[in-house]
Ligand binder design. Sequence first.
Ligand SMILES: CC(C)(COP(=O)(O)OP(=O)(O)OC[C@H]1O[C@@H](n2cnc3c(N)ncnc32)[C@H](O)[C@@H]1OP(=O)(O)O)[C@@H](O)C(=O)NCCC(=O)NCCS
Length: 177
Amino acid sequence: MKEGTRVIRLSQDYTFKTFDCGNPDLNDFLLQDAKEYDKRLLSVTYILETEEDIVAYFSVSNDKIAIPDSDKATWRKIKALFPHRKHRSDYPAVKIGRFAVSLKYQHTQIGTDILDFIKDMFITNNRTGCSFVTVDALKSALPFYLKNNFLFLDKAMAADDTQETYLLYYNLAQLLD
Ligand SMILES: CC(C)(COP(=O)(O)OP(=O)(O)OC[C@H]1O[C@@H](n2cnc3c(N)ncnc32)[C@H](O)[C@@H]1OP(=O)(O)O)[C@@H](O)C(=O)NCCC(=O)NCCS
C-alpha cells in the first residue's frame, strides 16, 4: 500500500476526517451509516488513511454466488474449478458492498492496490472458507473491475447497458495456483 498510509478497521470511536469520492451516496455511507452497519454486524468497513485525510474505504460482508445469479456456461466454468464431489449449487464469497477512493487520489493505482489487499485478506489467515469476491459494480466502475480480472456472473447482464449495477465475481483460488 502507498507509503505514508495505513489501513484501519472502522471502530465506533473513530473520528472521521473529510472524504469526497465524487459519489454522494458512497460519501454518506461512510460518514453516516458505516458505524451503524458495523454495530449491527451487517458489514465491516476498512479505511485507508494518512495523517491528514481519508484516502479510501471499503465495506465487506459475507456473500455467496449461486446458480440463479449465473448463466449456464459461466456456472459450468465455476463448477469446473472444483473437484466433482465438491460440486454445489452455491459457493461462499465475500461481497465488496461499498468501495470508494477519494477524488484527490483516484487514478493513482490505489483502487487496484486495495483490491489486491482485499483478495489477500480472504486467502491469508481467513477465519471462514471464502472462494470468491463479489461486487455489484457501478456502470462507471466496470472498466476498473474488469481490468482487475473480475468477470460477469451472468453474461446476458454484460450486454444490457441499462443496468445501474453489474454483478461481478473474482475467483480467489487462482491466487494459490
Ligand atoms: C472506481 C474506483 C474505486 C477506482 O479506484 P482508482 O484508485 O481510481 O483506480 P486505479 O487507479 O487503480 O485504476 C486503475 C484503472 O482502472 C480504470 N478505471 C479506474 N476508475 C475508472 C473510472 N471511474 N472509469 C473508467 N475507468 C476507470 C482505468 O483503466 C484505470 O487506469 P488509469 O488510471 O490509467 O486510467 C474509484 O475511481 C472511485 O472510488 N470511484 C468513485 C466511486 C466508485 O465508483 N466506486 C466503485 C463502486 S462499485
